[in-house]
Design a protein around this ligand. Structure first.
Ligand code: PMP
Length: 300
């Protein structure tokens, strides 16, 4: 495995491509000390960044929720995303834009700090065939809960919100699981550490209301794909006990795509027809452009 700071290629930083190893920030950066940092995670499928516009708009909105404005236009950032893919020859991969407060002031207050932006991209082919994926991953319950929006900008894709995700995922991995599942601050079912959750109950999809966590772009796509196929989708409050009556469970996210779940704590699930249908629908949307009229792309 190549370290992420020691690779060939180019990273876009503050308006220009720089050699990968030179894309640095100072240790006295506000973003590092005080988590004034927002980011995105995007996938490139066959040379098109999936829902780029939505991701870029979310990046800007996350910055605003942390009280800063990204010093570029949405179009500039969209173009830069493609510049980075092109410079690194990425056709199927992952793109990571990140924005953070710089080093002018080093304290809680950072009114004068410059906002920096960088975009990196790397190859990331899909690892699992639909068949391998259908075995399902194992989730362990986290002791951490998604926070009350009155305590933090809970819907920003901001670095600080991932502190409990890393703690949760490390604990789950130590216990032999693949990922962790979190409740929210009220004890309701919420999401995994980097993906949203869906339950299949009596042929319908049920998913928690995204009122204190990210309403994922993949989540929104999957809801649309299901409704297009005449499948009922119910966004509602879901209590953890209700998992007992779920026939199937899956996660959605940019990295996860549609990932079936085989186990949550002591409960076991058998990924079935619905998981298969949604994996196939999502694969068609991302990999087969002719089957995906709703696909968003910016010419690069
Ligand atoms: N929740 C969290 C905490 C995430 O990090 C992600 C991945 N960005 C998601 C949900 C899914 O969001 P999306 O489908 O937009 O990738």
């Amino acid at each position: 495995m190549l370290n992420f700071d020691d690779r060939d290629g180019y990273i876009w930083q503050d308006g220009a491509l720089v050699p990968w190893r030179d894309a640095k920030l100072h240790v006295l950066s506000h973003g590092l000390h005080y988590a004034s940092c927002v980011f995105e995670g995007e996938r490139v499928y066959g040379g098109t960044i999936f829902h780029l516009q939505a991701h870029t708009e979310r990046l800007f909105e996350s910055g605003r929720q942390l009280g800063f404005e990204i010093p570029f236009t949405v179009d500039d950032i969209n173009r830069a995303n493609y510049e980075v893919c092109k410079a690194n020859g990425i056709v199927d991969g992952y793109v990571r834009p990140v924005a953070w407060r710089g080093s002018e002031m080093m304290g809680v207050s950072a009114q004068q700090n410059t906002i920096h932006v960088a975009i990196a991209a790397w190859e990331w082919p899909s690892y699992f065939s639909p068949e391998a994926r259908l075995k399902g991953i194992k989730l362990q319950w986290s002791k951490w809960r998604r926070p009350d929006p009155a305590t933090i900008p809970a819907k920003a894709k901001a670095a600080g919100l991932y502190m409990i995700c890393t703690l949760s995922k490390h604990q789950a991995e130590r216990e032999g699981f693949d990922d962790a599942l979190m409740m929210d601050w009220r004890g309701r079912l919420a999401e995994a550490t980097g993906a949203n959750i869906f339950l299949v109950i009596d042929g319908a999809l049920h998913t928690p209301v995204a009122d204190c966590f990210l309403d994922g772009i993949t989540r929104q796509c999957v809801i649309g794909l299901a409704r297009d196929r005449g499948i009922d989708v119910i966004e509602r409050v879901i209590m953890p006990e209700e998992l007992e009556k779920a026939d199937e469970v899956f996660l959605t996210g940019t990295a996860a795509e549609v990932t079936p779940v085989g186990q949550i704590g002591d409960l076991h699930f058998q990924p079935g027809t619905m998981c298969k249908t949604m994996i196939e629908a999502f694969t068609a949307l991302t990999r087969e452009p002719e089957a995906a009229p709703a696909r968003i792309g910016v010419e690069g």
